[in-house]
Design a protein around this ligand. Structure first.
Ligand code: AHR
Length: 371
């Protein structure tokens, strides 16, 4: 009864609330909707829509059924996590953060699905979570669009959905909350670093040719980083964005795209890789061409994620700056689940903390890094 108990606010504790009579209780769903239920007549009415009430009543019943089905006699909280895939070091670090958090020792039973960067697989995983009656769903959406139906099914079944890392374009009443990165800010931070770096190296007036190796097209990490970085192009008329192609957040993709760029463009000054793995591939491609990159190299290399591998490449002198994307979301998500279990409200949107690490700071910082 944990979830039902925490979702109900007895009106006797909130007599001041409008529309709540003596025999009525107010039910808060994990989506933030309020429902008033008449305990005496067992009929219900919402503050806004009668139809909605029926749905919320169903929610309460299904939650009870789901818990019995999935949990049996166990007290463990059933959590389903539909992970993007395993395309990058960052992704592996985020998976580790979730798996280390949602252990049986910590009171959870985790159903982890690696969706292999395939949205159909991810939608199937969400449907299976609902059918199996998990108590919470964690969704890291591969791309921003296409989740409405799956989220509606989870909502109808009364299962809170916590979206992590990447954003979705679905209406926010379809999920409980989101915790992740400010990707647009990451892009802006990268461009601001470049501006200061060029200034410090007396190149502020030079023509600067830039290429971008994008992440998976349609993923908010790609959309936000592109938008943020490119927002500074108009205020730098000497910055020329020669090309932007997707490397799908992988090392192989970074290598292939950089090889093509080097064959097509003679004078590349800056490469923006939208994650560390793409940067590893791009560095190999650059070196195969007999060129160098990094602080003393021919090409300025900007990367995102700031994983241990990225730090090592900075120490090796091959990446100039790494803009952090923090994968340690497990404990934050667990905190949200515990709040929901306790009947507390949670913030709809929460950003993780992130920094910018230029190469000259890498050697001093690497040992203090957790991923
Ligand atoms: O959504 C976060 C991004 O996805 C990370 O930058 C990247 O490494 C991962 O694959």
């Amino acid at each position: 009864m944990k979830k039902i108990g925490v979702a109900v606010l007895i009106c006797s504790l909130a007599l001041g609330l409008a529309g709540c009579g003596e025999s009525e209780v107010m039910v808060l769903t994990p989506y933030g909707d309020a429902v008033i239920r008449d305990e005496g007549s067992s009929s219900a009415s919402t503050q806004t829509q009668a139809k909605q009430t029926e749905k919320e009543e169903t929610v309460v019943q299904k939650e009870t059924e789901g818990k019995a089905d999935a949990g049996g006699s166990s007290n463990l909280i059933q959590v389903g996590f539909a992970q993007v895939g395993s395309e990058s070091d960052w992704r592996l670090a985020q998976t580790a953060s979730m798996k280390e958090t949602f252990t049986e020792a910590n009171g959870y039973k985790l159903d982890f699905v690696d969706c292999n960067n395939d949205q159909k697989t991810q939608l199937d995983a969400l449907e299976a979570f609902v059918e199996n009656g998990v108590e919470y769903i964690i969704l890291d959406p591969i791309i921003e669009s296409g989740y409405e139906d799956a989220l509606q099914k989870a909502k109808d079944a009364g299962i809170p959905v916590i979206v992590v890392d990447r954003n979705i374009s679905a209406p926010e009443e379809l999920y409980t909350c989101w915790v992740g990165s400010d990707f647009e800010k990451e892009g802006v931070d990268a461009a601001k670093w470049l501006d200061q770096y060029l200034e410090a190296n007396n190149r502020a007036e030079e023509d600067i040719n830039i290429v971008t190796i994008q992440g998976t097209v349609g993923a908010s990490a790609q959309i936000g980083r592109s938008k943020g970085f490119n927002s500074l192009l108009s205020s730098h008329s000497n910055w020329n964005m020669l090309d932007e192609q997707s490397g799908d957040f992988t090392e192989d993709g970074g290598y292939a795209v950089m090889t093509a760029f080097l064959n097509q463009y003679e004078d590349i000054d800056v490469v923006v890789c939208q994650n560390d793995n793409e940067a590893y591939g791009a560095i190999t491609a650059i070196q195969e061409k007999g060129l160098t990159c990094g602080p003393d190299g021919d090409i300025i290399m900007i990367s995102f994620d700031a994983t241990n591998g990225g730090f090592q490449k900075m120490i090796a002198g091959e990446i100039n700056v790494d803009v952090e994307c923090n994968p340690q979301e497990g404990p934050l998500v667990a905190e949200l689940i515990q709040k929901l279990e306790a009947g507390q409200t949670v913030d709809k949107i929460q950003y993780v903390e992130e920094g910018v690490f230029p190469a000259e700071t890498a050697a001093d910082i690497i040992d203090s890094r957790a991923y």
